[in-house]
Design a protein around this ligand. Sequence first.
Ligand SMILES: C[S@@+](CC[C@H](N)C(=O)[O-])C[C@H]1O[C@@H](n2cnc3c(N)ncnc32)[C@H](O)[C@@H]1O
Length: 247
Amino acid sequence: MSEDEEGGERRRRRSGPVTKGGDARSAKQFHTKVKTARGRKYSSKLWLERQLNDPYVARAKQEGYRSRAAYKLTELDDKFGLIKPGMKVADLGAAPGGWAQVALKRGASHVVGIDLLEIEPIPGATLLELDFTEAGADETLKAALGGRADLVVSDLAPWTTGHKQTDHLRIVALAEAAAHFAIDVLNPGGAFVAKVFQGGATGELLDLLKARFKTVRHYKPPASRSGSAETFVIAQGFRPPSDSAAG
Ligand SMILES: C[S@@+](CC[C@H](N)C(=O)[O-])C[C@H]1O[C@@H](n2cnc3c(N)ncnc32)[C@H](O)[C@@H]1O
């Protein structure tokens, strides 16, 4: 996760919302400028200015979502019909909980979220404060799911180093780990969504998904900032390896 892209979400979680309300239209009409205060870095000033003028931030505050990221899953679901009533959902990289809120609101019966960060409780969700890449984390997740999942979503994003290739490889590694988990845990017909970065090196991930899912597509929802290299891969119609097809 880049400091620029989502780091502010984390900062906002610690220090409380930075917006003063107002709907998307008013946020657009009155562009708020932030002065560079002593001790505030220029990048922080730009982040704060963007937050104050971002209609999705205002909307998330109004609609009670914990992150503007909630609208990415909302838009992905609107386009691909991912969330169905009664589904079990695994939410990888879940903090502060926007995607879990959306999945539950749209009918999921149980969401299991995992994140390095603590997540405030959400009724209907089991939230694990754990490194997804740690040995045994997959088993802990499976136990919390109490069986197979119907949908695995990954918004996992590492802190970026600023070195483009390194950052790209790190996010692809997380997306690949998420894909392997999905293949291990999904019910036949299930779906997988993962955040990736545009710009190559996802060949192995795509090959893996194409071998196991009926359709594999890329989509960048409108809520994903146009200046960000982030995009999403959406794999639907899971075909389990023959030896694990049992539910
Ligand atoms: C963009 S945020 C997720 C936002 C979330 N989908 C929402 O709607 O609120 C990405 C998250 O991935 C988490 N993350 C990154 N690496 C992780 C790892 N190895 N294990 C668990 N969580 C991780 C970060 O802590 C961060 O909270």
